[in-house]
Write a protein that binds this ligand. Structure first.
Ligand code: GLN
Length: 478
């Protein structure tokens, strides 16, 4: 039986009706991984035994007639920045190469308690810094739609394993676009929730005020099923909030919707075929009765500059904990290192353990926060962020949703941008403003440029995540 077409709900139903067992399903996906990994390289670790044991547990529950969780039997993959107890958690970095997670992230605990089966951990740009997954210390993941292209990043492994039928869904994390941009490149659906909707407990921090964990799947229904499970207030993350009350999305008709189209997202730099596909989708919505409104997000043009100050500042603080004493790789343990003092412990550990992009960001962030520069950079970026938030608030007075391309171009060639950080940063020009504003956004497949998927981004007001999902389901049908 080919299980790849089954949605999460259908898997659960099939298990209950005993059409197949969880063990069969997991064996099927482990087989897929074995067959496809040599080309795709989406996983850093596959937990064959663990996955089989979880599947046996589900089958035992069925045999006893026990109630099954909403994700029962669904094989999933977790970005390697998110802790799964007992499995390595490297965040794509040599500095954590042998680090084993000692607890489950909040969302992983939730997934498991609802019956999802964790197949393994997925490749990513080191510490989630990147847009192509080429900054992983371990391997280069390829785009299943075209193996000469990158899968996007930083959650490239999580996008590629779903697109390549190696998992039903995955978790990614998104600080400036790392769920949406790879979802767009690989032709899957990815949701960056409202900041605070999902607990960050157990996520290795990049920029804590922007980071959010979210689901990636082949369709909107599956994304929603996973999202329902991972949301919620967690006392271990003070920024988490309970959005369960918003679960009953206000049911709207397309005819009543006002769709904002920001002119700043359709100008220079946007590839013509991507533009055509996104405009085509917007036109379709109009023919269905939605009102299309031209809007402006004037400060969005500063978003990338603002993001690369704020994110690097936070990263420089967050990554200070990797000092060779508490976690992972340490220069000290190397007997031949000839380390003489504490400074050398730090410099050797961090010099050898971090990759170039991470070092670049730590230096940028440390510089921007240093005395004398704080006002000129960090403070100014914070003020710019306030303007960007204001722009979104103003726009949402005129419209219910904002539609844009997810990325200005489809997946690019492997090695094409790796030596030019600024070009790489431009991949996220349409996604970064969303994180700065803290609002939710989803990327979904909108069409193809040749064989390469193009993603449509739907942005909504704070806590309108379920409304976004509802609109995405409507768009998915046409
Ligand atoms: N690509 C962006 C960066 O490099 C966003 C990364 C992310 O969302 N984690 O910072």
């Amino acid at each position: 039986m080919d299980f790849t077409k089954l949605k999460i709900k259908e898997i659960r139903e099939g298990l209950i009706k005993k059409e197949f067992s969880a063990v069969e399903l997991v064996d099927f996906y482990l087989g897929k991984i074995q067959e496809k990994e040599k080309d795709i390289n989406a996983f850093l670790q596959v937990d064959v035994e663990g996955a089989k044991n979880q599947a046996k547990g589900i089958d035992a529950k069925i045999a006893k007639g026990e109630e099954l969780g909403s994700l029962a039997g669904a094989p999933c993959a977790i970005k390697d920045a998110i802790m799964v107890r007992g499995l390595k958690c490297t965040s794509g970095s040599k500095i954590l190469e042998n680090y084993k997670a000692v607890y489950n992230a909040f969302c992983v605990e939730r997934l498991k308690s609802h019956g999802a089966i964790v197949l393994g951990k997925t490749n990513m740009d080191e510490f989630a810094m990147g847009s192509s997954t080429e900054h992983s210390a371990f391997k280069i993941t390829k785009n299943p739609c075209d193996l000469t292209k990158v899968p996007g990043g930083s959650s490239g492994g999580s996008a590629a394993c779903v697109a390549g039928d190696e998992a039903v869904f995955s978790l990614g994390s998104d600080t400036g676009g790392s769920i949406r941009q790879p979802a767009s490149f690989c032709g899957v659906v990815g949701l960056k929730p409202t900041y605070g909707a999902v607990s960050r407990y157990g996520l290795i921090a990049f920029a804590s005020s922007l980071d959010q964990i979210g689901p990636m799947a082949k369709n909107v229904d599956d994304c929603e099923e996973v999202f329902k499970v991972i949301i919620g207030k967690d006392e271990k993350d003070a920024t988490s909030v309970d959005i369960k009350s918003k679960l009953q999305a206000s049911s709207f008709k397309l005819q009543d919707l006002r769709i904002g189209v920001p002119k700043e997202f359709f100008g220079e730099g946007l590839e013509s075929k991507t533009k055509e596909i996104i405009e085509g989708k917007i036109k379709k919505l109009e023919t269905q009765g939605a009102k299309i409104i031209d809007i402006s997000l004037p400060s969005a043009s500063y978003a990338l500059a603002c993001y690369y100050i704020l994110a690097t500042c936070e990263a420089s603080a967050n990554l200070a904990r990797f000092d060779g004493i508490r976690y992972g790789y340490s220069g000290i343990r190397n007997q031949e290192s000839g380390i003489k003092n504490l400074f050398e412990v730090y410099s050797k550990t961090r010099g050898e353990g971090f990759g170039d992009e991470v070092k670049r960001r730590i230096m940028l962030g440390t510089f921007a926060l240093s005395s004398g520069y704080y006002d000129a950079y960090y403070l100014k970026a914070k003020k710019t962020q306030a303007l960007i938030k204001k722009d979104f608030n103003k726009a949402f007075e005129k419209c219910d949703f904002i539609l844009t391309p997810t990325s200005p171009f489809p997946a690019f060639n492997i090695a094409e941008k790796i030596d030019d950080p600024l070009k790489m940063y431009l991949s996220d020009i349409y996604t970064v403003p969303v994180n700065l504003a803290g609002v939710p956004a989803l990327s979904m497949p909108a069409g193809l440029d040749g064989i390469l998927p193009v993603g449509l981004q739907i942005i909504g007001k704070h806590f309108s995540d379920f409304d976004i999902l509802q609109l995405a389901k409507a768009i998915e049908k046409f």
